[in-house]
Design a protein around this ligand. Sequence first.
Ligand code: S3P
Ligand code: PEP
Length: 411
Amino acid sequence: MLLNDNSIQIQANKSSHLVSIALPASKSMANRALIINALGGNKGNLERLSEARDTQTMHRLLLLNEPVWDVLDAGTTMRFLTAYAGVLGLDKTLTGTPRMQERPIGILVDALCELGANISYSGKKGYPPLKIGAFGGQRTDSLTVRGDISSQYISALLMIAPILPRGLNITLEGKIGSRPYIEMTRKVMERFGVRTFWKGEDSIEIPPQTYLSADITIERDWSAASYWYSIVALGDGTEVFLEDLTDDSIQGDRKMADLMSKLGVETVFTEKGAHLRQISHNSSAEIDFSDCPDIAQTIAVICAAKGIRCVMLGLESLRIKETDRIAALQLELAKIGSKLTETRNNEEWILEPGNLTKPESSFHTYHDHRMAMAFAPLAWKFPISIEDPSVVNKSYPGFWDDLKKAGAIIS
Ligand SMILES: O=C(O)C1=C[C@@H](OP(=O)(O)O)[C@@H](O)[C@H](O)C1
Ligand SMILES: C=C(OP(=O)(O)O)C(=O)O
């Protein structure tokens, strides 16, 4: 489907049926595999690379011998390429969308410069665009980095660490958010023959090592799966089979299956994938999203639409993603009568569901793929319209076509 319109109308067919969906591959896993494979001389074989724009951009830029790398709106691509170009001493300007230029990167740049990289800011200090130059040789083998802003800085440092002559010791300071993404990085590194070691709770040692060649199949995306849990939860009678989605995933968003067992969806894993079916749900929930920030929007909409009061914790990082996701949720949830209120300064938010009797039906997406996909399942409750549908291309370009397979009429 060509997606150039400013908005689409969606009306769901509510008859009971089973739909089988091939989710896109995980852009997080794919972007790690691409960087690591490049650091190892591109000897590995990566199967099922994600069609997500973030991954396509990473792939293209790594092959592109040009002075300017434009990552568009891809956070991992920006952070991972900064570390990659920084330690390889590539002469590059790294830039991105206006929003990317508001997403902080100072913690990573400071760490890389301490290590010996030559990186300066072309615009505002602490933010892209960045100008990268020659690597001045390794100046230290230990760094202390804040863990409470973005785990992507830590993943970026982890991946370049083994190629440093003296290796690296990274000590993390403060609360560590998105920890499963750090573990995903360690696991993908391990598939390429490189070992890293936790020294206590907050310190990781990476001895100097060589990345080996590896054949890797990228896992299906658990963050993308979350929208199908929502469709099953809201679409009484719709059952979904998610092909090749695995129980023993390296993705933290695998947690969706456990959370949804209390919020109205049962998961049965088979050799071929995951079967989702609606079950009864609790009337309230308390969920900490520190480990899985990308499914917060999906769950907020599910709770709002099913009348579940939800205490939401660990949402701090949402303010610096593709948009300020807390502000965006507050505005859009209000249209369906729900209130999201901050109760403890930056620590706890309460979602009070309203009733869906007179909902507004037109939703803004704020350049954020997850706003579009989190609100789309509401079409299984009432006809809706979603602004800027092509925003989904960042992680899930086939989303609207898959929705049609599930009986949605999209115009
Ligand atoms: O490393 C990754 O692949 C990601 C880490 C998370 O970001 P933060 O670490 O900034 O929370 C997540 O929100 C993002 O979608 C992908
Ligand atoms: C936050 C996200 O991505 P990134 O930070 O890589 O832009 C996301 O996909 O939800």
